[in-house]
Write a protein that binds this ligand. Sequence first.
Ligand SMILES: Nc1ncnc2c1ncn2[C@@H]1O[C@H](COP(=O)(O)OP(=O)(O)OP(=O)(O)O)[C@@H](O)[C@H]1O
Length: 280
Amino acid sequence: MNGAIGGSEQGAPLMFDHVSVRYAGRTQRALDDVSVTAEPGKMTAVVGPNGSGKSTLVRTLLRRVPMDSGRVTVGGVDVASLDARDIARRVAIVPQREEPVLPLRVEEFVALGRHARRSAFGGMSADDHAAVESAVTRAGIRDAIGRRTDTLSGGEWQRVRIARALAQAAPVLVLDEPTTFLDIAHEMAVFELLDELAQLGQTVLLVSHQLNLVARFASHIVLLHRGTVAAAGDAATVMRGEILERVYEWPLVVTRDPAVGAPALLPLRGSGRHRERPSS
Ligand SMILES: Nc1ncnc2c1ncn2[C@@H]1O[C@H](COP(=O)(O)OP(=O)(O)OP(=O)(O)O)[C@@H](O)[C@H]1O
């Protein structure tokens, strides 16, 4: 990821307000009275073990899950009152999973991010072209231009999907595990890009399993556990050994990231004769 950052939309607060969700056929709620606020100008991260409800929270934004109670607002407007196009003008989402369905070229796929801003029969405007161009540069996918999306590697496809969301130029950017499949350099570049976008005023909500990078970059962290908020706050508040061991059900220590001094998690070998404990 590289290139000039410019023309970012100013963010709007994204609020999940006492949200409860129960999927059909399940006795347990996937989310139980969860409240999360992502503020403009900040990177907010939602973390937690597999199945703790992170993607469900993202899905409530698209109204794709049955909410028992609560509401989700963007800039104070309830998403229940908006149609899909209105939501897409306000929130750009990179979902956790997605396969290239149509045989599109990369630049055509990124241009889909402009859909909500175009008239039904109009072609691409100069603004649309500029937004696609900027997204391609920011996402570092220029080398992939001209290629078909179904020929990309996992990491290339991930970055192309991020580019489509950037092209949307929405005030709120929501990414569900955007660095899966990415190597160290591309993963760091994504975190640095999101940090820059947040500093420019956008609202950035990130779902991630990369706790150590989240601790370095996010200003606000929400730890989900079995559909409830186990901890929320800055890295020092959430990245605590006793909390993380209980939630992840695995022995670990929290140490200091030598580069920046942020809390850093070190999982220990946890079973049988390999069980480790730090020497004190
Ligand atoms: N469509 C569905 N129908 C029934 N249960 C579902 C459905 N989608 C998710 N769940 C359940 O809801 C709970 C939360 O799932 P969710 O996908 O939100 O977790 P997650 O925190 O995103 O997990 P991961 O880290 O594995 O992606 C899990 O128990 C999951 O099995």
